[in-house]
Design a protein around this ligand. Sequence first.
Ligand code: F6P
Length: 341
Amino acid sequence: MRIGVLTSGGDCPGLNAVIRSVVHRAVADHGDEVIGFRDGWKGLLECDYLKLDLDAVGGILARGGTILGSSRVRPEHLRDGVERARGHVAELGLDAIIPIGGEGTLKAARLLSDNGLPIVGVPKTIDNDIAVTDVTFGFDTAVGVATEALDRLKTTAESHQRVLIVEVMGRHTGWIALHSGMAAGAHAIVVPERPFDIDELTARVGERFEAGKRFAIVVAAEGAKPKPGSMAFDEGGKDIYGHERFAGIARQLSVELERRLDKEARPVILGHVQRGGTPTAYDRVLATRFGWHAVEAAHRGEFGMMTALRGTDIVMVSLAEAVESLKTVPESRYAEAECVL
Ligand code: F6P
């Protein structure tokens, strides 16, 4: 069998572990040939690839990022490129393509699969917002990075009697905010799923100072928004891929809370540090399992499918089902965290 693999969309710790696992299972165990397309779908559309043998994936298990490179692609660009992609797949004699990516990549995978290309997807995103899998690799690493940052920020916040508003990734969902905030004992968490009440947030932080505490930590998912009309808020615009370009919830909240509470407030934006660096052991294992199962699915001819974690098992689910909706934080989780607005 000849397999093409690619990584597309925002990078994520664990991508290299999937690539390595695909190559190990396919080349070493099945005697397959594997090629890797450079920079995501772009590589498939431009027929830009490299051979992936066992040497090519040596030493990459613990490495962050992706040895193949990644990029985002505009949906219309891919739609226009379906015939070109089909041509390259035929030309290269590929029997399967394994794209590793998040929401946008999986939608693109579904489009190509609906057009007859032999696709087996692997989900990834630090945001953990893919509905059909219990968890995606990258999430555990991102939560660990954010939690360590929050732990560190507590001591400096206390020294200066400040409110620190820490912005974590999470464009549509608040999974990283919820888990890191819970793990670090944040005093308030705001998430995209539930627009927050600025009066309630002010009261929550204010009561803490009134009770004699000397600092407060607010965790804000980047996509969190105040209830409409409750405070001046710049929503930002859209980028060329149609993604929201956020104007900075932490910065805006720090201005508002400082004004309302008469306490020093500072924004801290963790940004891409959450995506970089080595994956945790959990993410390496999940990524390795996904890669192994993707190759097996390709050998069974299970195309138009994607690997997913259900409980402790890796199962295959249809790409159509995978892209239907996002996995948002359920209401029941807010109460457990105690401090979600
Ligand atoms: O989707 C993953 C993600 O890390 C989001 O949390 C974040 O909003 C986005 O990617 C950032 O994208 P970029 O790297 O293009 O700025």
